[in-house]
Design a protein. Structure first.
Length: 335
């Protein structure tokens, strides 16, 4: 039995989490779920969006599966996702972007992986108004040598372990000569330790165009926090949308697995959210726990359901989409 902290989250979170847990349990992976809460609903109920018990549970069990958490825009509490990443020093944000047969999308056969630095850059939390009239504000991007080295090394190590051919460093070193320039310099130096892996770099504005025009040219991408956030949503759009994109936040001793999408309040409570993104996050989690066989079994079942296309949620099949729970039933039937 492996213990995993489960945070259902907000909006569509509880629905997709329930579906994913059913599939993982049915696979026989032997997970004991430790219930915990966080997010806007928790804030409304307890006055704290990230209760101490939740932090302690993750600290104790070191692996969590987390539904999306709503962060109020502009005001209110700070992003809980950002707080969790900082609390547990989850410096790698791993986002595989893979096309599945049967899914209508702009590109097919795409298979790339984004490594986003997860703890610093423009998301360091250093921002404030610079005068009492609030007429101007500043946000500080902090990029450290230590933080850059460990995310870039993680990308190269991943490439080597998974027989990937190329790592692309994405930056804006022509303008942001210190922060982005340092990141690029560190990447180019580290690349020399990995002569078996091709390394190139792209300025972020060129990169977005290249990703839209020729995404198959990329393999592993590594970049700083804000660029990684934007690039990974763009990449999800290339393979059929947010419903299929998993993410993992990984540190040296703790990992939190999640879907890339947010709480999607527009479809919350309707039982129509696609559970695939969180399920694929669950697959990453099972691999992290060494349960490779169960991970493959679940991914294989999902692949069949997506290919068949009749038991998928409305985001994938507008005419005959089924409920979240029915899609989960179909995946279970294919295990
Ligand atoms: P948040 O504020 O929590 O980031 P959001 O609504 O701004 O959430 P997302 O939740 O990421 O952003 O979703 C954007 C849109 O994509 C949603 O409005 C929804 O229609 C669609 N969407 C996201 N996730 C899913 C899903 N799992 N299944 C189906 N549609 C989804």
């Amino acid at each position: 039995m492996s213990r995993v902290v489960c945070i259902p989250g907000d909006g569509i979170g509880p629905g997709v989490t329930h579906a994913v847990r059913r599939v993982i349990d049915a696979s026989g992976a032997g997970i004991e779920w430790i219930e915990a809460s966080a997010g806007l609903a928790t804030f409304e109920l307890q006055g704290d969006p990230l209760p101490q018990e939740t932090i302690e549970a993750i600290g104790k069990h070191r692996v969590a599966l987390k539904g999306p958490l709503t962060t109020p825009v502009g005001s209110g509490f700070r992003s809980i996702n950002v707080s969790l990443r900082k609390e547990f020093d989850l410096y790698v944000n791993l986002r595989p972007v893979k096309w599945f047969e049967g899914v209508k999308s702009l590109f097919t056969h795409l298979d790339l992986v984004i490594f986003r630095e997860n703890t610093e850059g423009l998301y360091s939390g250093v921002e404030h108004y610079i005068d009492s009239r609030k007429s101007a504000a500043e946000s500080v991007a902090i990029v450290t040598r230590y933080g850059s080295e460990r995310i870039i090394r993680a990308a190269f190590e991943y490439a080597r372990k998974h027989a990937r051919k190329k790592v692309t460093i994405v930056h804006k070193a022509n303008i942001l000569k210190f922060t982005s320039g340092m990141f690029l310099g560190i990447g180019q130096a580290l690349a020399k330790e990995y002569p078996d892996i091709e390394c190139d770099d792209k300025i972020v504005d060129n990169m977005v165009m290249q990703l839209v025009m020729n995404p198959e040219r990329f393999d592993v991408i590594v970049t700083t926090n804000l660029f990684g956030d934007i690039l990974s949503d763009l990449a999800c759009g290339l393979i059929g949308g947010l419903g299929l994109a998993p993410g993992a936040n990984i540190g040296d001793d703790t990992a939190i697995f999640e879907a890339v999408h947010g709480s999607a309040t527009d479809i919350a409570g309707k039982n129509i959210a696609n559970p695939s993104a969180l399920l694929l996050a669950g697959v990453l989690m099972l691999r992290h726990l060494g349960k490779t066989e169960h991970a493959e079994k679940i991914e294989g079942a999902l692949v069949k359901v997506l290919k068949d296309g009749t038991s998928v949620t409305p985001d994938l099949n507008r005419e005959q989409g089924v409920h979240t729970d029915n899609m989960a039933d179909a995946i279970i039937a294919n295990l």
